[in-house]
Design a protein around this ligand. Sequence first.
Ligand SMILES: C[S@@+](CC[C@H](N)C(=O)[O-])C[C@H]1O[C@@H](n2cnc3c(N)ncnc32)[C@H](O)[C@@H]1O
Length: 280
Amino acid sequence: MNQQSTINLNPQAKQMADESMIRNLAAQACAIWPQEAPLLLRYSLPAVPRILDAGCGTGEAASRMAELFPRASILGIDIIDASLNLARQRYANLAPRVQFEHRSIYETGIADDRFDLVVCRHVIHSIPHAGRVIAEFVRLTRPGGYLHLIAEDYGMLHFQRAPVDPRDFWHQVPPAFGAATGTDLFIGRDIYGILAARKLKQIRIDYVIVDTLRVPRETFAAIIEAWRDGYAEPVGEYTPISRERAAEYFNQMIANIRDPLGYALWMVPVASARVPLDKR
Ligand SMILES: C[S@@+](CC[C@H](N)C(=O)[O-])C[C@H]1O[C@@H](n2cnc3c(N)ncnc32)[C@H](O)[C@@H]1O
């Protein structure tokens, strides 16, 4: 799969390949994994599960799943070679049980029913035609296997009010950014319906609560700092908010998180479902 053929389907390619994204994925995993791991352990998986990490980035989740499921074979796929190379370097000790390959999640080129569990975290809000990739995930999952999707929703962040009020940012930016990039930054609230329309079973919507009570303030702040460093520029390009103003909003959010008297919240939807036994 050559990079050019997939680039239009990855409108955040520049941000995904930026060094700020490496920081972001690390901080997000630190914040989210402690609440997410118990959700993954609920699935009835075989003793030696086959797991796909679709849009694996730098391998944060693939490596953690390798620890969670010590006999699993895990394939991470992505279209950014720098991220794949970093993942291969970082987790060389897990090879060949954990592998990273350049493949597009729209068309993986992998045979039907290959996986017991398909995981896709922090991806489907950032690409167009999420329904197409979900169809590919269902194809790849064996009957009775599971999908596990982190479906972000940028209406699910709350910060305290301030003169530079983050509420104004989150009201204005995601609709404009989504319209400019052909993506749905509110897909978290629709994911139940998307999975139900595919006749998937045992659909659950859980929430990882990233807030200043459950997650260390510095970890939460590191996520927003990375967003500021990677996204202030495209916010300036795609929305009515300038790059400079976007940075001010992000700085206000960071100050809110770092304030010992402050409270801030990001609700992260985690959708799961089982592929029916009669999927064809
Ligand atoms: C925000 S990152 C999430 C990475 C990882 N899932 C995690 O949770 O740490 C989104 C990833 O999706 C990847 N991606 C976007 N479009 C893709 C496609 N068509 N095929 C494979 N990966 C894709 C990006 O390259 C990026 O690495």
